[in-house]
Design a protein around this ligand. Structure first.
Ligand code: MV4
Length: 659
C-alpha cells in the first residue's frame, strides 16, 4: 500500500494529485525549485523538498535530484503528473532501480509509444486503424517520393521522433515533394537529433479526438469515453470537451474498442490516452478515425472525463499502482451529461498567443459547486514564471447537455478575476460562445478560421474601466494620506478623510494614462459631495455609479481594470510636478516589466535626490533606468545585480528624508 507519495511536479497538477492522495490518507511530499519555494503545491503538501534552481533541467527534470528527494523522505511511490518526467522511460528505470513505485506505466510501454513510426507499427499489427501512409525504415528520397504518389496528394511529412508540429510539412503536389522532404528532415535533425520521417495522407478538416484508457496489472483494460480537443493554437490545446460533439453511440463504442485494443497491444497499465485523428469533412465526429499516438500518462484535460464518468482518475492511478484491479468493468462505466474545459493561459492573443509571464495582482475564484471546477496552482501575489508553462488555471464546467456546459463555463469564465498578466480569458469566452462552437462545428482549423471574431480589435478604453481605475487611484491616495497622518499622530486630521485627500482641495485634476501605444487623459472633478470624471470624448461619468461592473487593481503605477473576463492595463503617467510636490519620495519602486537587474547603484541608508538613477533593468534587450521620484533615503534594496525580476516586483523601498 502506498503510504508516502512524492509528487514530482508543480502547479495545478501537483495540487490536483495531492488532493486525492490526501483524501486517501496518503502522506504527500512535494518537490520544488527555488522560485516555487512558497508555491501552492508546496503549501498543500505534508512535507516538501528543494530539488534545485529554477531551470527545469536542473530541478523538475533532474532524475537524480527527484530520486534523491524520494529516498530522503522515504517515499514509497512517485507520481510524475504530466509533462516533465511523466513519459521518460529512463526515469521509470531509475524508479525501478531505487525500488520506488512509479504511478504510471512500465518503461517498456513508454518506449513502445515514444517513437511515432514504431508505435504505428505496433498498432498496425493490432488492427488499430492508421491513416493511409508509409512509416517504414527505408528513407531513400526517391522511394519516399514514390510512396507519396501512391498515397495521393496532399500528403503530410512528419518527423518520426516529432511532436508539436516540428518537422512537419504539407505537400500539395509531386513537384514540391523533394524540397519539402529536405526541409522536414533538416528541422527534425535540429529539433530531435533524428531525421527519420513518415508520410501520411493529409486530412484537411481533422478533429483531434482522444480516448481515455485504463489498464491494471491483472490484464484488465477499459476506456472512459472520448474527449474532443480540436480547439488548438500553436499545436497546443485550449478547449477540451467530453463527449465529442455529435458523435453517435455506435461510433463511440468503435473508437473506444480501438483504444482498448491499442492499450492491450502493449500490456498497458495505468492511465493512458489514445489519440485519434478524425476526418470531419462529411460527418463530423463520426468520420473515419485513425490512430495518431498514445500518451502514456494522465493528461491535462482529465477533469472533463472525471465529470462525465463521476470517477476520480488519480484515485484509479493510485489503486493500480498499488497492484489492485480496476474498480469497474467496462459495462459498469456510464457517461453522464457533458463537460468542457478551458485553459486559462498567461499569453497574448494579440501577439499570436505568445507567452506573457507576469505578476498575478489578483486571482479571485468564484464559489465552486458540484458542476464547476477550477484547478490551479496559482494564487494572488504569485508570479507566472518564465521558466515554466504559462498555464494559470483550468476552468471546467459540467452540464446536463452541451448547451448547459457552455453556459456554465461561460458564467465561470466571466466571474473569474485574474488581473496582472495578459491572459486569454476574454478569448476563451468568445471561443466557446461562437455560433460555430455552439453548434459543434469544431475542427483543428477553428481558431485560425475565426481569428477576427475571436480576437477583435479593442476600440479605446470603456468609460467604466477608466472610472474603476480612477476610483482605485483616489482610494489609494486617501489611504496613503491617512497612513501619513496617523504616522504623525493626527488620527482625525483632514489627511485621514477620504473625500479630501489633500489639504489644498483641488477642484479639478487631469490624470494621464498610457494604454498600449496611446495615451488617455481624464479630468477628475471634485464637487462638494461627489466626484465625477470628464472623459476625452466630453462625456461626464459619476465615479460611484459609473464603474459599470469594472473593478480595478494596482501594481506600482500600473492599473488593471477587469470586468467579465476582460482586462485593460493602464500605466499611470505621473507628471513631474506631482513627484516634487510631495514632501519627499516614499514607498516602493516596482519593476515596470519583467527583466534582469544589470546595475544596482545605491545601497540601504543612502540619501538620494529626485531623478537620480537607482537601478538599471534590462528587458527585451533594452535598458531601463529606475529613478528616484523625489528626494529621500533608501530604506531597502531587494535585488542584486544579475537577479531576474517579475513585472511589478518591488525593487527598492524609499523613505522620506527627515526634516
Ligand atoms: C495530421 C493532420 C492532418 N492529416 N495528420 C499536428 C500535430 C501532430 N500531433 C499531428 N498533427 C496533425 N496531423 C494528417 N495525416 C493535421 C494535424 C494537425 C492537428 C492535429 C491535431 C490538432 C491540431 C492540429 C493542428 C494542425 C494540424
Amino acid at each position: 500500500m502506498i503510504e508516502r507519495l512524492l509528487i514530482a511536479n508543480r502547479g495545478e497538477i501537483a495540487v490536483r494529485v495531492a488532493r486525492t492522495a490526501k483524501r486517501m490518507g496518503i502522506h504527500v511530499i512535494a518537490v520544488y525549485s527555488d522560485t516555487d519555494a512558497a508555491a501552492m503545491h508546496v503549501a498543500v503538501a505534508d512535507e516538501a523538498v528543494r530539488i534545485g534552481p529554477d531551470a527545469a533541467a536542473e530541478s523538475y527534470l533532474n532524475i537524480d535530484a527527484v530520486i534523491a528527494a524520494a529516498r530522503e523522505t522515504r517515499a514509497d511511490a512517485i507520481h510524475p503528473g504530466y509533462g516533465f518526467l511523466s513519459e521518460n522511460a529512463d526515469f521509470a528505470d531509475a524508479c525501478v532501480a531505487a525500488e520506488i513505485r512509479l504511478v504510471g506505466p512500465s518503461a517498456d510501454a513508454m518506449r513502445a509509444m515514444g517513437d511515432k513510426a514504431a508505435s504505428k507499427e505496433v498498432m498496425s499489427k493490432a488492427d488499430v486503424p492508421l491513416v493511409p501512409g508509409y512509416h517504414g525504415a527505408d528513407q531513400d528520397p526517391a522511394m519516399l517520393a514514390k510512396q507519396a504518389a501512391e498515397i495521393g496528394f496532399p500528403v503530410l511529412i512528419k518527423a518520426s521522433a516529432g511532436g508539436g508540429g516540428r518537422g512537419m510539412r504539407i505537400v500539395e503536389s509531386a513537384d514540391a515533394f523533394d524540397e519539402a522532404l529536405a526541409a522536414a528532415q533538416r528541422e527534425a535533425r535540429g529539433a530531435f537529433g533524428n531525421d527519420r520521417v513518415l508520410i501520411e495522407k493529409y486530412l484537411t478538416t481533422p478533429r483531434h479526438i482522444e480516448v481515455q484508457v485504463f489498464g491494471d496489472d491483472h490484464g484488465n483494460v477499459v476506456h472512459l469515453f472520448e474527449r474532443d480537443c480540436s480547439l488548438q493554437r500553436r499545436y497546443q490545446k485550449v478547449v477540451e470537451e467530453a463527449p465529442a460533439p455529435g458523435m453517435r453511440d455506435e461510433r463511440r463504442a468503435e473508437i473506444g474498442a480501438a483504444a482498448v485494443a491499442a492499450a492491450r497491444a502493449i500490456d498497458y497499465s495505468g492511465a493512458g490516452t489514445v489519440e485519434f485523428i478524425v476526418d470531419a469533412t462529411t460527418d463530423g465526429a463520426n468520420g473515419p478515425f485513425y490512430f495518431m499516438e498514445m500518451n502514456t500518462r494522465l493528461q491535462v484535460e482529465h477533469p472533463v472525463t472525471e465529470f462525465i464518468t463521476g470517477l476520480d482518475l488519480v484515485e484509479w492511478q493510485l489503486l493500480v499502482a498499488n497492484g489492485e484491479a480496476l474498480p469497474l468493468e467496462q459495462g459498469d462505466i456510464s457517461l453522464k451529461g457533458h463537460a468542457i474545459e478551458a485553459r486559462l493561459y498567461a499569453e497574448d492573443p494579440d501577439r499570436d498567443f505568445l507567452p506573457a509571464p507576469g505578476h498575478v495582482v489578483a486571482f479571485e475564484v468564484p464559489e465552486m459547486g458540484a458542476s464547476v471546477r477550477i484547478d490551479t496552482g496559482v494564487a494572488t501575489g504569485d508570479d507566472i514564471a518564465v521558466s515554466y508553462d504559462p498555464m494559470i488555471a483550468k476552468v471546467i464546467a459540467h452540464g446536463a447537455d452541451r448547451d448547459g456546459a457552455i453556459a456554465a463555463l461561460d458564467g465561470l469564465l466571466a466571474a473569474l478575476v485574474c488581473a496582472g498578466p495578459v491572459t486569454n480569458q476574454a478569448f476563451l469566452r468568445r471561443a466557446i460562445t461562437h455560433p460555430d462552437f455552439v453548434c459543434g462545428a469544431v475542427d483543428t482549423g477553428f481558431i485560425d478560421r475565426h481569428r477576427d471574431a475571436l480576437i477583435p480589435l479593442r476600440d479605446g478604453v470603456p468609460d467604466g474601466a477608466l472610472a474603476a481605475v480612477v476610483a482605485r487611484l483616489l482610494a489609494q491616495r486617501a489611504r496613503q494620506a491617512g497612513d501619513q497622518a496617523s504616522a504623525r499622530g493626527e488620527a482625525n486630521s483632514p489627511w485621514a478623510a477620504s473625500d479630501s485627500w489633500r489639504a489644498n482641495l483641488q477642484n479639478a485634476e487631469t490624470l494621464l494614462f498610457r494604454d498600449g501605444e496611446s495615451e488617455v487623459s481624464v479630468c477628475v472633478v471634485h464637487d462638494a459631495d461627489r466626484v465625477s470624471l470628464t472623459l476625452s470624448g466630453g462625456q461626464s461619468v459619476d465615479l460611484e455609479t459609473g464603474c459599470d461592473g469594472w473593478s480595478a487593481f494596482v501594481l506600482g503605477n500600473i492599473y488593471f481594470a477587469v470586468a467579465a473576463g476582460s482586462q485593460i492595463r493602464l500605466e499611470r503617467i505621473v507628471a513631474v510636478d506631482e513627484a516634487s510636490d510631495r514632501a519627499g519620495a516614499s514607498g516602493g519602486l516596482n519593476a515596470p516589466m519583467p527583466g534582469k537587474v544589470v546595475r544596482v547603484m545605491v545601497a540601504a541608508d543612502e540619501q538620494v535626490s529626485r531623478g537620480q538613477t537607482l537601478m538599471v533593468l534590462e528587458a527585451m534587450k533594452m535598458e531601463h533606468a529606475i529613478t528616484a521620484p523625489g528626494d529621500g533615503k533608501v530604506a531597502a534594496v531587494f535585488f542584486a545585480e544579475g537577479d531576474q525580476v517579475a513585472e511589478g516586483a518591488e525593487l527598492l523601498q524609499l523613505e522620506p528624508v527627515e526634516d
